[in-house]
Design a protein. Structure first.
Length: 293
């Protein structure tokens, strides 16, 4: 109860006077102090969010919703509204980067969501080519005898036709699998081999699609902000989402074998345990979770 009372009093009364005193002492507004005092990356970009969200000024409220093309103009408007000299290049640069990161995160989620909504279509030549590419990357010494084949089970699909396994994550699931296999081919083949372990084995492709859902949900709920803001000094791209997915695939395989589950029947239990581990890592403001080429 007292925490709520203090929070109300601070936000309603004390915060205004504290900011007023600090401005007198430093000659800088709150945004200048935050952008100048925090280290680059997530710490800086996340620190300015409360300042924008509680402000009564329209320009500041709208700043967090600005599109990429309008960022530069928005920076000028914020500086004008806060009476900050346009010659303050440090503030201008830092605010520009932070707003790009914020708008870029929203655009990235929009692009990922759109790809997820695309259903796998066996009549689409591009979709089919990506599926065959996945097979060739993972099984270079074995020819696929037919498009509908039990061979797909060899790389971890459930049945004769992989298209049925992409229902939940749409084309995003396939694109992720191909990206990992193309950019980390040796690792992908090693993990596929490990997934065939007689006791600790799991369905490689199905688990890969499941990890796409995990990466997607973390992006959707904002948990990837610190990671992406630390990783990219500007606009996060689809490439960065794929890189995070690759990290999940590699780390989940290690996690699975370290945990030594009794059987694949316990997959959901260990999947959730792994999910909690990743969410814990993402709480660190300095976090960057990627593999290196």
């Amino acid at each position: 109860m007292w925490a709520h009372v203090w929070g109300f009093l601070y936000s309603k009364y004390f915060r205004f006077w504290l900011k007023w005193i600090l401005r007198l002492l430093t000659g800088k507004c709150e945004l200048q102090r935050l952008l100048g005092g925090a280290e680059a990356g997530a710490r800086r970009t996340l620190s300015i969010m409360p300042s924008f969200l509680i402000k009564s000024f329209t320009v500041l409220r709208n700043a967090v919703h600005v599109e990429e093309a309008e960022v530069e103009k928005c920076v000028r408007n914020v500086m004008k509204e806060k009476k900050i000299e346009q010659e303050d290049t440090g503030f201008k640069t830092n605010l520009h980067i932070s707003l790009l990161q914020i708008s870029g995160y929203k655009k990235l989620y929009f692009n990922v969501e759109n790809l997820r909504k695309v259903p796998y279509d066996s009549e689409n030549e591009d979709h089919e080519e990506q599926l065959i590419e996945l097979w060739n990357l993972l099984m270079p010494h074995e020819n696929l005898k037919a498009r509908i084949s039990k061979q797909w089970c060899d790389i971890g699909f459930q049945g004769d036709d992989p298209k049925t396994d992409f229902r939940g994550m749409g084309l995003l699931g396939l694109v992720n699998l191909v990206y990992f296999s193309k950019h980390y081919t040796n690792e992908a083949r090693q993990i596929l081999s490990r997934s065939n372990h007689p006791k600790l084995g799991y369905s490689y492709a199905i688990v890969g699609i499941n990890l796409t859902e995990m990466a997607y949900s973390l992006l959707k709920n904002g948990a990837l902000k610190a990671h992406l803001y630390n990783m990219v000094s500007g606009l996060p791209q689809m490439e960065h989402f794929h890189q995070f997915y690759c990290y999940l695939v590699y780390e989940f395989d290690k996690f699975w074998f370290e945990e030594e589950p009794e059987s694949i029947m316990h997959f959901n239990q260990y999947r959730e345990k792994f999910h909690e581990k990743i969410k814990g890592l993402l709480l660190d403001c300095k976090v960057v979770l990627t593999l290196q080429d």
